[in-house]
Design a protein around this ligand. Structure first.
Ligand code: ZN
Ligand code: ZN
Length: 411
């Protein structure tokens, strides 16, 4: 490590407690996608206190903090690197830290990304380091990575507040990635304890989202059920038909169909007049997504047809499949120097994850480099998820992020 790199590590170590408290504050105040108002305010205040040129309310709640204002962008290099941190939590009501009103909890660990972003911002904005950097670094807090609450997001869309239901997708539409040349992302690792740091990325699934609404006819559930049209029965048949599609999918397409019923009826005494299903249709390629989506539509139509209910289906773009990183990860060297060669794994570009992220969308526009760190126990999106090692979850990724913005690692 050279003098600047040592100083980056030193500054982050000096502010260790501040970074951990920042992470724990966000962990204790989880907010769902496009509702991250407190989180955004906290981040904007920190950016401003570090002297960053700060822009707020991007795609409703996103925050950008520029190390150098765009007007002062370094003449010698046009490169502007974005250090990305996702702000949203998951609805995970059984988590011990869940918000009692909204059920939101940081059970995907996005608070750790924000801690890494904040720690990197502390180091890179300190005068003796900032003055030696060429180009620009943008610390970019982005909303709504988790694609839940589809009805709520469609209501925002109807009001003209957003067009796409994912934060990065919407920020792309708004042009907020136009001034970014390279994006860096971090995520916590789940269940992989062998290596505390994994660098690089394989491909991931893309998806289409569906909001399915069955409209039946209410009647007294005991006295006159024959007068009603049971929208719940239509939904149950539609979901059964959906499951019968599964044998038609090729294993290599990694299709995932996962519906929930968000409204099953109004009162047990009343034949359900309306039921609502949200479902994501995921697959590895656009062709496989379209094929699975057509089958899903047919299945839901079958439920309506059998019962005589009406059906409304709203299909919306989800996220694109992620393009894998095919080069040696630029994080590899920085991570190995910090924790030792034997503790860093380079992920193969051939690895495929059946999950999705709106990072997939930006991978189609500009280079994206990702890494993950451990320090967790439990399953993602579940009640038993917890950070048990703040050093690996919060401090180490801050150091890796900050060191990658050093000119030595410039691409
Ligand atoms: Zn997640
Ligand atoms: Zn996540």
């Amino acid at each position: 490590m050279d003098v600047i790199e040592k100083r980056i590590v030193q500054v982050i170590d000096e502010r260790r407690q501040d970074i951990i408290e920042f992470a724990e504050d966000i962990f204790s105040h989880p907010e769902l996608g496009f509702k991250e108002k407190r989180t955004a305010e906290l981040i904007a205040n920190r950016f401003e206190s570090l002297g960053l040129y700060t822009r707020k309310q991007l795609a409703l709640t996103g925050v950008k903090g520029y190390l150098k204002s765009r007007d002062q962008k370094d003449k010698g290099s046009e490169i502007n690197i974005a250090v990305i941190g996702e702000m949203d939590a998951v609805r995970s009501p059984y988590h011990p830290k869940a918000d009692p009103e909204t059920g939101a909890a940081h059970s995907c660990g996005h608070h750790a990304q924000l801690a890494a972003m904040f720690g990197a911002a502390i180091a890179l904005s300190s005068p003796e380091i900032a003055g030696l950097l060429d180009g620009n670094v943008t610390f970019f807090a982005v909303p709504a990575e988790e694609y839940g609450e589809i009805e709520f997001k469609i209501s925002l869309r109807k009001k003209g507040l957003i067009e796409f239901l994912g934060g990065k997708s919407e920020l792309i539409r708004l042009g907020e990635f136009d001034d970014i040349d390279i994006a860096l992302t971090h995520h916590l690792l789940f269940g992989e304890t062998e290596f505390p740091v994994v660098v690089g990325s394989g491909s991931t699934n893309g998806f289409v989202s569906k909001l399915v609404r069955y409209i039946g006819k209410e009647s007294h559930a005991a006295a006159s059920p024959h007068e009603g049209i049971n929208a719940l029965n239509a939904a149950v048949l539609g979901l059964s038909a959906l499951n019968f599609q599964r044998e038609t999918f090729k294993d290599s397409d990694c299709v995932r169909l996962h519906p929930i019923i968000t409204k099953g009826g109004d009162l047990v005494n009343v034949i359900p007049g309306e039921t609502v299903i949200e479902v994501l249709v995921r697959a590895r390629t656009l062709e496989a997504i379209l094929d699975a989506n057509a089958k899903a539509t047919r299945a839901f139509e079958a439920g309506a047809h059998a019962v005589g209910a009406q059906l409304e289906i709203t299909d919306l773009p989800g996220y694109l499949p992620r393009i894998p990183e095919t080069t040696t990860s630029p994080f590899l060297d920085a991570a190995q120097q910090l924790v030792g060669m034997e503790k860093v794994k380079q992920r193969s570009p051939l690895e495929h994850g059946a999950f999705s992220s709106d990072v997939g969308d930006i991978s189609h526009l500009l280079p994206v480099f990702s890494f993950s760190t451990g320090g967790t126990v439990g399953e993602p999106h579940s009640a038993n998820f917890a950070v048990v090692d703040p050093e690996v979850a919060y401090i180490l990724p801050a150091k890796i992020m900050a060191r990658l913005s050093h000119k030595k690692y410039r691409f």
